[in-house]
Design a protein around this ligand. Structure first.
Ligand code: SAH
Ligand code: F3S
Length: 453
């Protein structure tokens, strides 16, 4: 009889949230979560497909886990974004795995585990058109400080950026009901959480419509039939005024003026937007099917900065997408120079099987060029981050204390509204306190300050 399980996580915040859902589902069925792979009867590997490197890491890890399996007859299940992709690799799955499940099938886990026997192997990846986990409250195991937490508001993506596997691995976009989201946030607040991050591949296209209500047969007055992202933010901000609210990811194409106004209106909504641009070249944006031009993107940022001058902005950029020339790359550097982002996440392009780019375009930028361009972007960002953080020196920042500073246990670390890391010497505070910190100096990633009364 199997009764202990362990989950190994790869990938994004969505997977972290999903792991907590899985733990909740399995616990209800009398399985015990252990955080040690050797103690587990069942090992779940929650996977990521976004770039080739993620998949290679997981392949290598499976080789190791397979050696454990041979010695101790553990059951190994691969779940998450690689599920569909690895399912077509017959040799691989037979050799290493007992079952494979896609991101919409975790409710089936208890039944699948029970039905496994020596000869039976399960894999039948189905993606759902509906939000599958709306009524499950995740068991919190990550962020052990119990101060910050994720809340998924939508799943999947309909945007079809030509480089991206997400629409194929996670399926169509669907939103969770606003009532369930609010309930989950309130519950977290009552448990002592001080900050939540609302998660979706594309939070701005969050939409709870009449159709959803009809499907779920919930009676509502016509007034509250449609809830968009701005309405949802407002609903949470108003109802839980002492909870800090963050969200991720905003797609420039879908972000509305209403959302910007709501962020401005509520003190408890953090002044920080992650707004992936991917490239500064119009030609590349078009090839990526990003649905906005460089100018539209700049206009959006100007609008944000006009309305919320202290709003921090970060980005994702891909270097070396198919056919990217040196001129396209310079367009990206110029855009960064113009906008001066607070920070960013940058990646070398990875050609992913199944995407439009893989089928129709050539991965023709050499790895050396991709890396060289990446380095230039990293260096420019470091310079900008230092300059931007330097402007905080001598200002007073409200910081939510999240834990001990990694470098020195005599210091706390936390973040301000803009999501910048702040460290300062401990006095009599505790984790979860909001405190005012005067910034004394900075690096390119951190503000260093002292607590003031
Ligand atoms: N929903 C988010 C993106 C999720 S994927 C959005 O709208 O931007 C996170 C980031 O991974 C993307 O923003 C992109 O920069 C990067 N990414 C996605 N596919 C990639 C690929 N094939 N190669 C390199 N980076 C990729
Ligand atoms: Fe991927 Fe574009 Fe959606 S990057 S997750 S297809 S917005």
């Amino acid at each position: 009889m199997l009764n202990t399980f362990y989950i190994e996580n790869y990938g994004c915040q969505m997977n972290i949230y999903d792991n907590e859902l899985i733990i909740s589902i399995l616990k209800k069925n009398n399985y015990y979560y252990v955080d040690n792979i050797f103690m587990a009867d069942l090992i779940l590997i929650n996977t990521c497909s976004i770039r080739e490197k993620a998949e290679t890491t997981i392949h290598n890890r499976l080789l190791y886990i397979n050696s454990l399996k041979r010695k101790t007859s553990k059951i190994i299940g691969l779940i998450g974004c690689m599920a569909r992709r690895i399912n077509s690799n017959y040799y691989f799955k037979k050799k290493f795995l007992d079952f494979i499940l896609g991101p919409d099938q975790y409710r089936e886990l208890p039944n699948i585990i029970k039905s496994l026997n020596d000869n039976r192997y399960f894999s039948n990846i189905i993606l759902s058109n509906e939000e599958t986990y709306s009524d499950i409250f995740p068991t919190k195991i990550y962020n052990r400080n119990k101060i910050t937490s994720y809340v998924t508001i939508s799943r999947g993506c309909d945007n079809m950026c030509t480089f991206c596997v997400v629409p194929f691995t996670r399926g169509r976009e669907r939103s969770k009901s606003p009532n369930n989201i609010l309930k989950e946030c309130k519950r977290l607040y009552n448990m002592g959480y001080k900050e939540i991050t609302l998660l979706g591949q594309n939070v701005d296209s969050y939409l709870w419509t009449k159709k959803n209500y009809i499907k779920k047969k919930i009676k509502k007055t016509s007034r509250d039939k449609i809830v968009n992202f701005s309405n949802l933010l407002e609903l949470i901000a108003k109802n839980i005024p002492n909870m800090r609210i963050r969200f991720c990811t905003s797609n420039p194409h879908d972000m509305s003026i209403d959302v910007i106004s709501t962020i401005k209106k509520y003190n408890n909504i953090c002044k920080y937007i992650h707004l992936p641009v991917q490239s500064g070249s119009n030609r590349i944006l078009k090839l990526m099917n990003r649905k906005y031009t460089r100018l539209e993107y700049i206009k959006l940022i100007e609008l944000i900065k006009n309305k919320i001058p202290d709003c921090a902005i970060s980005y994702d950029i891909i270097t070396g997408f198919c056919t990217e020339t040196e001129k396209d790359h310079i367009d990206t550097l110029n855009l960064m120079e113009y906008i001066k982002y607070d920070f960013g996440y940058m990646f070398c392009y990875s050609h992913r099987k199944g995407t439009y780019a893989y089928n129709k375009l050539k991965d023709d930028v050499s790895i050396e060029k991709k890396k060289k361009r990446l380095k230039e972007i990293i260096n420019l960002q470091r310079k900008h981050s230092y300059e931007i953080l330097n402007k905080y020196v001598n200002t007073i920042q409200e910081v939510l204390i999240e834990g001990n500073s990694k470098k020195d246990k005599n210091y706390w670390f936390g973040r301000n509204s803009q999501n910048t890391l702040v460290v300062f010497k401990k006095k009599n505070e505790k984790i979860g306190d909001f405190v005012n910190v005067k910034v004394l100096k900075n690096t390119s990633a951190t503000l260093i300050g002292e607590r003031i009364k």
